[in-house]
Design a protein around this ligand. Structure first.
Ligand code: ZN
Ligand code: ZN
Length: 234
């Protein structure tokens, strides 16, 4: 209760000190203005039916070889260098700009509204407690929590934990190494029996993290896991 109040006051203070400015064109009023939001590059077909790898129809060779544990990955946008979505995800993750989370979650909600995804529970991709301590928040959980409020669906951020903190995905040189690095990092601490899970993260690069999370969720009984990210790398 007190935490919520303090965080509200803090948000208002930040908004006054730093009025919202569009990351695309600099106009005041929002983080991504309507015009820039409309112009964002959408992740459009063809994409791999499983991992959403762009420009691949059916199932990509990667998914045929790796057999990811998620049912599929969906994302509204392509992660285009220097686009407002790129800036927003970078600023949310590394620049501590938490005010971006509600707007990115609203974009996710709009995207979901146009689809017929069936799910029971929203689960954010967890971060390791050590990383959480140094960063102060988990951007995936912020997004998932905002999304859960907008679409009025339950979220559980305690079902899945990150037990092992493998090196950053961005530093692993090859896709295979990234994949190997992260497998086994996650654990479901309670049963997910029969649940259809919507697994939320900010960005999907290889799908390795999503697959490792999905493996843990399915071990705990989840009946399906669909990964939802704001953007997918090309
Ligand atoms: Zn703009
Ligand atoms: Zn694929």
């Amino acid at each position: 209760m007190l935490n919520t109040l303090v965080s509200r006051i803090w948000t208002v203070a930040l908004d006054t000190l730093y009025p919202l400015k569009c990351l695309g064109c600099g106009s005041l009023g929002s983080n991504i203005c309507d015009a820039c939001s409309f112009a964002l590059t959408r992740l459009s077909k063809p994409t791999c039916d499983r991992c959403a790898q762009p420009e691949v129809g059916g199932i990509c060779s990667w998914c045929r070889r790796r057999q990811p544990k998620f049912d599929r990955i969906i994302a509204p946008y392509l992660y285009v260098e220097s686009s407002p979505i790129h800036q927003a995800i970078k600023n949310l993750k590394f620049g501590n700009l938490r005010v971006l989370a509600p707007q990115l979650a609203a974009l996710l909600a709009q995207y979901l509204a146009k689809r017929s995804e069936k799910f029971d529970l929203i689960v954010p991709v967890p971060t390791h407690p050590r990383r959480l301590r140094s960063r102060g928040f988990n951007q995936a959980e912020l997004l998932a929590s905002e999304l859960s409020q907008i679409i009025d669906f339950p979220m559980d951020s305690r079902l899945l934990i990150r037990a092992i903190n493998s090196p950053s995905q961005l530093r692993a040189p090859s896709r295979d190494e990234r994949w190997e690095n992260v497998q086994g990092d996650f654990q479901s601490v309670v049963s997910a029996e029969g649940l259809r899970i919507l697994l939320v993260d900010d960005l999907v690069t290889t799908g390795a993290t999503m697959s490792a999370c999905a493996a843990a969720l399915k071990d705990a009984g989840a009946s399906s896991v669909v990964g939802l990210a704001v953007a997918r790398t090309p």
